[in-house]
Design a protein around this ligand. Structure first.
Ligand SMILES: Nc1ncnc2c1ncn2[C@@H]1O[C@H](COP(=O)(O)OP(=O)(O)O)[C@@H](O)[C@H]1O
Ligand SMILES: O=C(O)C1=C[C@@H](OP(=O)(O)O)[C@@H](O)[C@H](O)C1
Ligand SMILES: [Mg+2]
Length: 166
C-alpha cells in the first residue's frame, strides 16, 4: 500500500489517481469513503454534526481502507492528527506531498468543499501548515515537493522513488 498524506491542496486525491494508473492498481480516497458512508458531503457533516463526528468517521474509514485495500490510498489532510491512525500507518510506504502556502491557496481557491478553510483561506492554510507539517514529517517515509510542478511529475517521482511496489 502507498499512502498519500499532506495538506489540503497538496494533490493527494489527484496524484493518487495518477499513481494508481501508473502502477496498474486502484486508488481509494478516505474522504470519498466517509461521504459514501455518511451519505452526504464532508461540508454537510461539518455543519450538521461537527468536526468530531467527521474525525470519528474518518478514523474508521482509514482503518477499514488500510485493512482491506491493496493499492494507493489518499488520506484527508487531517487524518494523521489521530494517534491511532498514525500507528496503523507503520509499515506502509507513506508519501508526504509537500506544498507551500502560495500554491496551496491557488489550488484550493474559494471552493466551499473544505469547511476548515472557510472565512480566511490563506490564514487558515498557514495555521494548518504550521501545526501539521511536523506531524507529516514524522509519519512520512518519503517526501515529495509539489510546488510549481504538475501532478504527473509528482506521480512520476513517486514511482521512481518507490519502484513498482504498491
Ligand atoms: N501539482 C499540482 N499543480 C497544480 N494543481 C494541482 C496539483 N495537484 C493538485 N492540483 C489541483 O489542486 C486542487 C486540489 O487537489 P487535490 O488532489 O484535491 O488535493 P488534496 O486531495 O491534497 O486536497 C485540484 O483542483 C487539483 O487539480
Ligand atoms: O485537512 C483537513 O483537516 C481536511 C482535509 C480534507 O481533505 P483534503 O486534504 O483531501 O482536501 C477533508 O478531509 C476535510 O475537509 C478536512
Ligand atoms: Mg483529497
Amino acid at each position: 500500500m502507498i499512502v498519500l498524506i499532506g495538506p489540503m491542496g497538496s494533490g493527494k486525491t489527484t496524484v493518487g489517481g495518477l499513481l494508481a494508473a501508473r502502477l496498474g492498481t486502484s486508488v481509494r480516497d478516505t474522504d470519498h469513503d466517509v461521504e459514501a458512508t455518511a451519505g452526504r458531503a464532508i461540508s454537510e457533516i461539518f455543519v450538521d454534526e461537527g468536526e468530531e463526528v467527521f474525525r470519528a468517521l474518518e478514523r474508521a474509514a482509514v482503518a477499514e481502507a488500510l485493512a482491506t485495500h491493496d493499492g494507493v490510498l489518499a488520506l484527508g489532510g487531517g487524518a494523521v492528527l489521530d494517534p491511532d491512525t498514525r500507528a496503523l500507518l507503520a509499515g506502509h510506504d507513506v508519501v508526504f506531498l509537500r506544498v507551500g502556502l502560495s500554491d496551496a491557496v491557488k489550488r484550493v481557491g474559494l471552493g466551499t468543499s473544505r469547511p476548515l478553510l472557510l472565512g480566511n483561506v490563506r490564514g487558515r492554510i498557514k495555521a494548518l501548515l504550521d501545526e501539521r507539517t511536523p506531524i507529516y514529517e514524522s509519519v512520512a517515509t518519503l517526501a515529495v515537493e509539489t510546488d510549481g510542478r504538475e501532478p504527473d511529475d509528482v506521480a512520476d517521482e513517486i514511482v521512481a522513488a518507490l519502484g513498482a511496489r504498491a
